[in-house]
Design a protein around this ligand. Structure first.
Ligand code: F0G
Length: 363
């Protein structure tokens, strides 16, 4: 590597605010610094005066927000001499763990629910070279097993119960505050295992308190709104769910690990949890793609579904500044995307008049 090489990842950007030293060698793939996109067409469609932004985390190196936590978790694992990492996953954590392990030259073991992860996530995890163990059960079974195995094998857990994951993920809140020059009024997130809502709240609180020497940009924090799928909504029910089901497989979780932290974020911020049927989540995923050109995976659309619903009901007032995190890239789950599209590709002969007709018939 040339000596003047500059890293571009979030550890280099926020080193002093993360639990790494000056000499820590970052295991990085250039994660973070994702676009904060102001929606231009949807506010007009819903006829609301709002500043509605999406934080497009699908543009991280492996296509989800997990990379923010993984760069810190794997950097620390390597620093502490670990030769292998382990996680349970609904797909994105496993893809991210596999990539960062490959980058670091260590092994990744991942437990995934058999047949219940989106195809893109499986493809990534396989090609990055992780050892994939499919569990005949769900994510919650995998999480329980990971915790049991970790006590008995020399592996580092890189699920969000690893505090370094939360540390890395909090940087998304830093980026938002720095870009807007203030915290949003409302921050909307999909909630599964609840690590991310925990991380954002920590990030906003650190910024607000300037407890770690941050510039005095803001003294406010957003209201945190967490959204779940109706079939996997323990925070809405107020109790664990034993058989979670949803097309948004990323958040098909009934026993969230960061239960207490997420409730604290909700209470301290004056926020709430709500849930939506799969059909509503998919409708909003498509609406965002068709009207703004932004492709997120189904679970991610839960955040925008929530914002739109709460704007319609008045729970989020007009004039608010809202940020919705789009946690994962739409390319992760091509099957669900294709199934939703009534407009199928048109097949024609390779002739000029056939193509012209195909166009003029549809103008
Ligand atoms: N959105 C996506 C795309 C996710 O992959 C996840 C979690 C979430 C939202 C929810 O975040 O768990 O911090 O509340 N995916 C984990 C995984 C569980 O294994 O990839 P959370």
């Amino acid at each position: 590597m040339p000596s003047n090489h500059r890293y571009t990842g979030l550890i280099d950007r926020y080193r002093s605010r993360l639990p790494v030293s000056e000499s820590s060698r970052a295991v990085s793939l250039g994660e973070g610094n994702t676009p904060l996109i102001r929606l231009q067409n949807i506010p007009a469609i819903i006829q609301k005066e709002v500043d509605l932004y999406v934080k497009y985390e699908g543009l991280n190196p492996t296509g989800s927000f997990k990379d923010r936590g993984m760069t810190v978790a794997v950097t620390k694992a390597v620093e502490e001499g670990s030769r292998a990492i382990l996680c349970a996953s609904t797909g994105n954590t496993s893809a991210s763990a596999a990539a960062y392990a490959a980058r670091a030259g260590i092994k990744a073991f991942v437990l995934i629910p058999d047949g219940k992860i989106a195809l893109g996530k499986l493809a990534q995890t396989m090609l990055y070279g992780a050892v994939i163990i499919q569990i005949k059960g769900n994510f919650d079974d995998g999480m329980r097993l990971v915790k049991e195995v970790a006590g008995q094998a020399p592996v580092t857990i890189v699920n969000s119960i690893n505090p370094y994951r939360i540390e890395g993920q909090k940087t998304a809140a830093f980026e938002i505050v720095e870009e807007l020059g203030r915290a949003p009024d409302f921050h909307c997130l999909p909630v599964g295992n609840a690590g991310n809502i925990t991380a954002y709240w920590k990030g906003y609180c650190e910024y607000a308190s300037q407890s770690r020497g941050l510039p005095a940009i803001t003294d406010t924090r957003p209201v945190m709104a967490g959204y779940q799928a109706a079939g996997a909504a323990p925070f809405v029910k107020g109790e664990m769910v034993d058989h979670p089901e949803t097309v948004a497989t990323a958040i098909r979780i009934g026993h969230p690990q960061s239960w207490d932290h997420a409730w604290r974020a909700q209470k301290e911020s004056g926020g709430w949890f709500e849930c939506f049927e799969d059909a509503e989540i998919l409708k909003v995923q498509k609406m965002l793609a068709e009207n703004e050109g932004i492709f997120c995976e189904p679970a991610s659309a839960a955040s925008l579904a929530g914002a739109l619903h709460d704007l319609a009901s008045g729970k989020i007032p007009e004039g608010s500044l809202i940020v919705c995190t789009l946690t994962g890239n739409g390319l992760k789950d091509p099957d669900t995307a294709i199934q939703q599209c009534s407009l199928k590709p048109v097949t024609v002969e390779p002739k000029l008049d056939a193509v012209k007709r195909a166009i003029s018939d549809r103008l």
